[in-house]
Design a binder for this molecule. Sequence first.
Ligand code: NZQ
Ligand code: ZN
Length: 392
Amino acid sequence: MENFIYDVPTRVYFGKDQELKVGEIIKEYGGRKVLIHYGGGSAVRSGLIGRVEECLKAEGIEYVLLGGVQPNPEIKMVRKGIELCQKEGVDFILAVGGGSVMDSAKDIANGVANPEVDVWDFSMGKAQPKKTLPKGCILTLAAAGSEMSNSCVITDEETGTKRGYGSPMNRMNFAIENPELTYTVDAYQTACGAVDIAMHTMERYFCPGEDTYLTDAIAEAVMKCTIKAGMDCIKEPENYAARANMAWASSLAHNGLTQCGRQFQLVVHQLEHEVSGMYPKVAHGAGLAALWCSWARYVYQANVPRFLQWAQNVWDVAIDFEHPEKTVLKAIDLQEEYYRKIGMPTRLSELGVKEADLETLAFRCSREKTRTLIGYKPLAYEDVLAVFRMAL
Ligand code: NZQ
Ligand code: ZN
């Protein structure tokens, strides 16, 4: 078991009507002028933004609105948000939406608090935010886990470069999670969410690490619950229990809990970010589904026992001790079948990715052939390209 620090300072308000407390909560954090940041309109259409405005007015809190965040959020919007906050004297950022809105809000908070730095330098690893503005979120989509994560993923739309950076400054002060607010998420985005949530934990589970029995058991539970809850949410969008379990899994899968004692790198995520960076219409979860099974088939021989543990404990596959590799491949097939059942792609070509772009994707992912991704089987440029080819 590796040494670790577990520090997750986000306060979670979970359950029905919790969003109605947003004014009181922001007041507690000292917010006097708030940026309400949201996406392409779902939160306006549902009446949520209107309810948030009423809650702030009731507490005498001023606010400005900035909507229009796109899925795979862009640095252009972040810059617009920073300028607005500076002009209006905003001292608190409230994200109302999914991962894209939350990440845009995090980057704005970091940009406003560190005006001497070009905000894109945080994404490129050239600078780290030293301060940030207080911020919170109202979750409308269980998927990215940004509500409790220390990560922020932004795209430079001009170059198609999508980069995530981790920092303690990226933690939300609070996350409001009312599962009812996710009822209107359509089947496709719900499925993308189910893929992404389980993947945040699955990727940690398949990172090098020994003797993490407790972390493993928590991770396996998160994966199994997400498989079930994802399916239930798609069949019955207003199933409160299923939506609630999805939302809580979203937060736990990516807040650090399921990496305690293990090494950490989200390898398939690194591959996927290149795909949705170059093809911005690709939803992150769909990109992950199209890649994961090919990655697993490429690397499993480097640690068959680990894949067997997963096959047995997550997919209930009985181990064939004479042919353990068959057991592993069967479980990977089950994972693939699940993706198809929930309407997810299992090949990159289904997402419109062109063969001619694979080398560029691998080149970028390997940071121009200078980076090797960690794992049981480390992935250098040629390996990344091989996985992209298998997944096409
Ligand atoms: O923009 P609106 O109109 O709100 O519609 C959104 C959007 O079109 C819609 N939606 C959200 N809540 C809804 C709803 N539609 C109906 N009813 C609701 N209640 O869903 C669409 C997708 O939203 P988006 O925020 O893009 O999805 P998601 O939460 O999956 O976030 C994806 C982004 O997060 C990044 C991804 O790379 C991607 O850019 N990630 C962020 C992470 C982090 N910060 O920790 C970790 C992840 O691994 C991921 O990389
Ligand atoms: Zn993800």
